[in-house]
Design a binder for this molecule. Structure first.
Ligand code: PMP
Length: 374
């Protein structure tokens, strides 16, 4: 009897789609919300030194204590309220494993980071969604209704939001968390670009249901190292430690991440500069949008979302930019432009303007924007 291997895969997994990364080999890469600048030279030298001295025959520290201690010091939180993982992606998955069970509802506010719905689905969760305004901002009244609805076990959103770039205020978020009645994950992956006044990190764990996610992939420019954190009440941190694999974060990432955190001052200043450059890019794109065809969303992060009136235009502009050596992210009927170096932004703007002037639809259609997976 011959059995197909595919028959062994449960339907729940079989119907998933594999992640397709953007692999454009072009000079200007503005598609993955990465930091465009190289790390400080002394940090690079330090990482080379670390690589040469680690004992690779030994398992790493299961609790990444040095890394967690440095992170806690830089961000002013208690180390016992921090758990580290292989990117905030893994930390998010661990949180879902710790908090969600079959049939539990998980509330999200799309368009947002698509991994919330993805990991919730993997853990048997039922995703329920709340809407956002035209400016990309969360409707916290609607989200509160969902949070308090039957069986809701968790709410997740990013702030600043990927892909819209919209930011919620600290007061809005804290009011919401205080009333939600279930765990709320506020993903501050891009927080360093918007400034601390939009952060609720200091309240993670102070409010028993507030969990804040952080990463070294964005402002720190260390996406390749895969280092992320959750900050939450000790009870939640303990639950995450129970479900994680013992050695989830490798020895080099732990040591390199800890070394990078020593450069926080320099890195935060650079993040602020990138945040300002994103706003400048937005202003130019907004001015150009007055001629019609698309709308630019004011960013609180290191990228700008352009919502096209006609999805076909977004596709055409995306393809044309690629042909001209610039890769941006196509998300449904929208384009997300990561802020690059000044030279990259200028090159993007010049080519974008030229492409737009080739003619795009001026009537407002129904081209929605999709969730972002990175
Ligand atoms: N949260 C948000 C909002 C993101 O955009 C991303 C990745 N782009 C992540 C989390 C995951 O980041 P990482 O796993 O690299 O820490």
């Amino acid at each position: 009897m011959t059995v197909s291997s595919a028959a062994f895969i449960p339907e729940k997994i079989a119907k998933l789609k594999e992640y397709v990364p953007v692999e454009a080999d072009v000079p200007v890469k503005l598609d993955s919300n990465e930091n465009p600048y190289p790390m400080p030279e002394p940090l690079r030298a330090r990482l080379c030194e670390i690589a040469g001295t680690l004992e690779y025959n030994r398992y790493p520290d299961p609790y990444a204590r040095e890394l967690v201690g440095k992170f806690a010091k830089v961000y002013g939180v208690k180390p016992e309220r921090v758990v580290a993982g292989c990117g905030s992606d893994e930390v998010l998955h661990l949180l879902c494993q710790a908090l969600i069970y079959d049939g539990a509802a998980v509330a999200t506010a799309p368009p947002d980071f698509s991994m919330y719905a993805f990991y919730a689905y993997l853990e048997g969760g039922r995703v329920i969604t709340s809407s956002r305004g035209a400016d990309g901002r969360i409707d916290f009244c609607e989200l509160a209704r969902l949070a308090k609805s039957d069986g809701c076990r968790c709410v997740m959103f990013s702030n600043p939001c990927n892909p819209t770039g919209a930011v919620a205020t600290r007061d809005e978020m804290l009011d919401f968390v205080r009333n939600a009645g279930c765990p709320v994950v506020v993903d501050e992956a891009y927080g360093e670009f918007s400034g601390r006044e939009y952060s609720v990190l200091d309240m993670a764990g102070e409010l028993p249901n507030l969990i804040v996610l952080k990463t070294l992939s964005k402002a720190f420019g260390l996406a390749g190292l895969r280092v992320g954190f959750a900050v939450a009440h000790e009870d939640i941190v303990r639950a995450v430690k129970k479900v994680k694999s013992p050695y989830n974060l490798n020895a080099f990432s732990q040591a390199a991440g800890a070394a990078a955190l020593e450069y926080a001052g320099e890195i935060f200043a650079l993040a602020e500069k990138i945040g300002k450059a994103a706003k400048e890019l937005y202003k130019k794109l907004h001015a150009l949008s007055l001629q019609g065809g698309y709308e630019a969303v004011e960013p609180g992060a290191n990228f700008v979302l352009l919502k096209f009136f006609d999805a076909a235009d977004a596709e055409r502009v995306h393809a044309e930019l690629l042909r001209r050596g610039i890769s941006v992210r196509l998300l449904g009927g929208a384009l997300r432009i990561t802020c690059g170096t000044d030279a990259e932004n200028e090159k993007f703007y010049a080519e974008f303007e030229r492409t737009i002037k080739g003619g795009i639809t001026n009537e407002r259609g129904k081209a929605g924007e999709g969730d972002a997976r990175d």
